[in-house]
Design a protein around this ligand. Structure first.
Ligand code: HEM
Ligand code: HEM
Length: 204
């Protein structure tokens, strides 16, 4: 039976709890708003506050910070879903070995111009998802520290602020993550090896 057929027969049994799917949706949507606004907004400076699109960037950034924090809480408290150790394998010998083996499988497939089979909870995919969550938390955290510094009376000019140097340096990685992660999700969905409703559904 293919993974897709498995998913079809187990339509109501997503690997991910509803609360995981809700915080994932919230985080994904706010990050997409962040990236879209960042392309066209005019940011703040010494004497100007930033335009309406920057205000949207600021507000949805607070939303992203909220959903990132909720995601961490859900990871710590949930009963079902990807194990925390799979999302963050960096300190476990057996997890790192499994990750290395999965990387080899993926590299071999890539060298044959083939997409590796979709495997629920694959060590490589899970480790990348964990890195994605850390990346979004760093973006939201750096934006939040910037906002607090401005509230505390510092100049709103982001250039030269160390925390915004982090924000700018990581910004391109957010694009890479979103395009790679959502792109692979769409490819697997259309190849019928996984359903997007695995993550994008409200069902209980
Ligand atoms: C996860 C949340 C966030 C993401 C993904 C994100 C993403 C981005 C991106 C892609 C840029 C453009 C970087 C560049 O031009 O090199 C940017 C700029 C900026 N962001 Fe964020 N951001 C987030 C949260 C926040 C928050 C909470 C604030 C707080 C106010 C904020 C404030 C800024 C500022 C001041 C700039 C520079 C604007 C400019 O000078 O044009 N960001 N952000
Ligand atoms: C940049 C915003 C996003 C972030 C930070 C993000 C983060 C994550 C994380 C951390 C997981 C693993 C959750 C777990 O195993 O508990 C995950 C899974 C997933 N994401 Fe995203 N995601 C984002 C955007 C998207 C988008 C736009 C799509 C739509 C194509 C998507 C589709 C999926 C799917 C289908 C899964 C489940 C994969 C599986 O079970 O094998 N994500 N995402």
């Amino acid at each position: 039976m293919t993974a897709y057929a498995d998913a079809t027969t187990a339509e109501t049994a997503s690997r991910h709890t509803r609360v995981t799917r809700l915080v994932h949706m919230g985080l994904a949507i706010t990050i997409i708003i962040q990236l879209a606004t960042s392309l066209v907004m005019s940011g703040p400076g010494e004497t100007r506050p930033g335009d309406a699109l920057f205000q949207l960037h600021r507000l949805s950034g607070f939303g992203a910070a909220f959903f990132a924090l909720m995601f961490w809480l859900v990871l710590l408290l949930r009963q079902r879903g990807t194990a925390i150790g799979a999302l963050f394998p960096w300190l476990s010998g057996p997890r790192l070995r499994a990750l290395r083996e999965d990387v080899v499988v993926h590299v071999r497939s890539a060298m044959r111009f083939r997409l590796p089979e979709y495997e629920p909870g694959s060590p490589l995919a899970s480790a990348v998802h964990g890195l994605g969550l850390m990346l979004m938390s760093a973006m939201a955290g750096s934006g939040l520290i910037y906002a607090i510094q401005v509230w505390a009376g510092q100049s709103a000019e982001p250039d030269g602020m160390w925390v915004m140097q982090i924000h700018f340096a990581l910004a391109n990685l957010v694009w890479v993550y979103l395009i790679g992660h959502a792109g692979l999700g769409l490819i697997h969905h259309y190849m019928r090896t996984m359903r997007l409703s695995e993550m994008w559904s409200f069902r209980g």
